[in-house]
Design a protein around this ligand. Structure first.
Ligand code: RTP
Ligand code: MG
Length: 137
């Protein structure tokens, strides 16, 4: 089942020089490929759309401050079961709970600064891809 997912390399990943490392791990999975990519600094309006499910939660405001603190790299990844697959490569939200070998497990310690976003379902992927890559067919 070929799918498309949205990956964001968060500002901590960009600041720490981990763009190549993280995209490399994704690219090396058999049959997966990067089909679009853009570096940009996100504003509050786009983050409110992207994180609509979290608006009003206690971690929302610090999340927006963090996510707009520097450029992110938005990436479209296509391939076999890529939605579940990238979530698996990323590991759980809390990097300390994430196993070594996963991206968050290898590089993260802080829950908010967990390096990568990946769409969590087909519905989320479609919704998020429209926000970040509206021209995509
Ligand atoms: P993401 O949406 O970024 O892929 O991450 P996720 O599904 O694993 O986590 P989610 O629950 O959707 O939360 C979105 C992002 O908010 C930050 N967060 N901080 N308690 C906290 O301080 C807290 N909880 C979540 C993280 O950056 C998380 O990835
Ligand atoms: Mg999420």
């Amino acid at each position: 089942m070929t799918q498309r997912t949205l990956v964001l390399l968060k500002p901590d990943a960009v600041r720490r020089g981990l763009i190549g490392e993280i995209i490399g791990r994704i690219e090396r999975k058999a049959g997966w490929s990067v089909t679009a990519l853009e570096m940009r600094t996100l504003d509050r309006a786009i983050l409110e759309q992207h994180y609509a499910e979290h608006v009003g939660r206690p971690f929302y405001e610090p999340l927006v401050t963090f996510m707009s603190s520097g450029p992110v790299v938005a990436v479209v990844v296509e391939g076999e079961r890529v939605i579940e697959g990238v979530r698996q490569l990323a590991g759980p939200t809390d990097p300390i709970a994430a196993a070594p070998g996963s991206i968050r497990g290898d590089y993260g310690t802080i829950v908010r600064e967990n390096l990568i976003h990946a769409s969590d379902s087909e519905e989320s992927a479609i919704r998020e891809l429209k926000i970040f890559f509206p021209g995509l067919s």
